[in-house]
Design a binder for this molecule. Structure first.
Ligand code: HEM
Length: 480
């Protein structure tokens, strides 16, 4: 019989049966004894009640009712894959971290890509930031680099993270998402969100797939070398597949037909041996440079300009293996920015500081107190040497008044302006405006005005064009 062409993902079950052909494998209970009859419960006569001694049924039902765990509070939907990191350039002058100890050194990695705000069943092609988290199974412990596909983040104080996330989740009364009023209310009241908001409404807001996007550690880290010298660092991973995006129209159509579009793409690419890879870079800043830099180096709503701090090549990430069991290897994987190895430290960036607490805390809730003992989260045996071991911690002393200072009043527009005027090409600026307007149209007129005022602070003409495009589109369509 003729069938439509099927990809590797669609053929997974056929492939499985081919691989297991001729092998005698019987169904067992969770404690390993064979199940003689899978399709019938044990009853007293045909119409009689089921017996408590039907431990096969009890085993199955009790596991069935516990087979889901809470989804991640953010980044709920995602795809995972495995591979390796290989060092191509020596950076031991900056860090004693074991993963970078010599050229050609290979470290096993697990990667999880995700979208931020949507739940488990949300379409992959929705406009959102994407997560790009890497677990390095280093010889002296686990290092998790829990990054995103944009180099900056909306807020720079962890105190604001829950409020921001609430603004992009479901409205607590209507249970509807997106709620454009909640979104624009938050964005326009916190001007530091402008830079990341503009990136999210640029082409980068809907990557073509998970393979064709870059990744960034976003937060500022501290590298410590064997002499205990300290450098500040940002991590970048640049796609070798070429960066690509979906237009809003295409994304909507695809999302309606195939909500798992990005998960499918990654699975099929790896299954057909089209292994994706990223070149791994660092930016380095000395403490002296940090003291003088015109942008706050610990503010994650800002980049370190490449012209000021060029990318230094370090290595390559390659993904060459799909999960065998999605639940055990991807749903239960636990990334945590506090999982650091000697030679890599957190900086005083207020976001990374908050993240150091929050991931472990959510893992204790989502996966239980022993999540670290799950196979996917377990480190290899500890074999640290004195060179790479705990000696690579700097000693830092710091003094200052204890106070709460709002971080939002810093320079919030210079980098957004550079992005708009110098980085985006004219056609990209056009799509940025269209994309912003498509989210402004459904919001109320007070917030529309606040948003126009906000973008006018980036560039008068940007605000003006948004106003014109919004007015045009409002006359063309009835807004519900
Ligand atoms: C204070 C700020 C932040 C807090 C409190 C926070 C909190 C969280 C929490 C609770 C999770 C769920 C983890 C899980 O259930 O395993 C999560 C996931 C994640 N976060 Fe954050 N986050 C923050 C900022 C950021 C930033 C700035 C980035 C980007 C660099 C980021 C990237 C990610 C990624 C990629 C995941 C998904 C990890 C995975 O695939 O399992 N987060 N975050």
């Amino acid at each position: 019989m003729a069938t439509t062409p099927r990809d590797a993902a669609a053929n997974q079950l056929l492939q499985f049966s081919k691989e297991h052909e001729g092998k005698i494998e019987s169904t067992t209970t969770t404690f390993g004894t064979g199940v003689p009859e899978k399709d019938a419960s044990m009853t007293v006569g045909y119409h009689g009640p089921i017996l408590l001694q039907d431990w096969v049924l009890i085993d199955e039902l009790s596991h069935f009712s516990r087979e889901r765990i809470p989804e991640r509070v953010v980044h709920a939907k995602g795809a995972g894959a495995f591979g390796y990191f290989i060092v191509t350039n020596d950076i031991t002058q900056y860090t004693a971290a074991s993963v970078f100890s010599e050229v050609n050194k290979k470290t096993s990695i697990a990667v999880r890509f995700s979208q931020v705000a949507g739940e488990m069943g949300y379409p992959d092609t929705y406009r959102d930031v994407r997560g790009f988290a890497i677990k390095f199974y280093a010889e002296d412990g686990i290092w998790d680099l829990v990054g995103n596909n944009l180099p900056v983040f909306f807020v720079k104080d962890c105190a604001l993270f829950p409020s921001f996330i609430h603004a992009v989740k479901r409205n607590p009364k209507t249970h509807l998402r997106p709620d454009y009023d909640m979104f624009w209310d938050f964005i326009t009241l916190r001007e530091e969100t402008t830079h990341t908001t503009m990136m999210m409404f640029s082409d980068r807001g809907i990557p073509a797939n998970y393979r064709q996007m870059h990744g960034y550690g976003v937060n500022t880290f501290v590298l410590v070398n064997a002499k205990k010298q300290v450098h500040y660092c940002k991590f970048h991973y640049i796609t070798n597949q070429g960066i690509d995006y979906l237009t809003s129209d295409d994304a909507q159509k695809i999302g309606g037909v195939d909500p798992d579009y990005h998960i499918r793409d990654l699975y099929n690419a790896i299954e057909t041996k089209n292994f994706p890879s990223w070149n791994f870079y660092i930016q380095i800043m000395t403490p002296e440079q940090a003291g003088k830099y015109r942008f706050d180096p610990f503010d994650d709503s800002k980049v370190w300009l490449h012209a000021d701090f060029p990318l230094i090549p370090v290595g390559k990430l390659v993904l060459n293996k799909n999960p065998k069991n999605y639940f055990a290897e991807v749903e239960q994987i636990a990334f945590d920015p506090a999982h650091l190895i000697p030679g890599i430290e957190p900086s005083f960036d207020r976001m990374i500081q908050g993240r150091l607490f929050n991931y472990g805390d959510t893992h204790r809730y989502r996966l239980g107190a022993n999540s670290g003992q799950l196979a996917i989260n377990s480190p290899p045996d500890y074999t640290a040497t004195p060179e790479t071991g705990p000696s690579a911690h700097p000693s830092v002393s710091i003094t200052g008044p204890i106070e709460r200072t709002d971080s939002g009043n810093d320079d919030n527009f210079t980098q957004s302006r550079l992005l708009y005027r110098n980085v985006l090409k004219p056609e990209e600026r056009g799509r940025l405006i269209q994309n912003i307007v498509s989210w402004l149209k459904p919001t109320n007129s007070v917030l529309q005005q606040r948003a126009i005022d906000l973008f006018s602070k980036v560039d008068e003409s940007l605000g003006q064009k948004i106003r014109e495009t919004l007015n045009e589109s409002l006359t063309q369509h009835v807004v519900l």
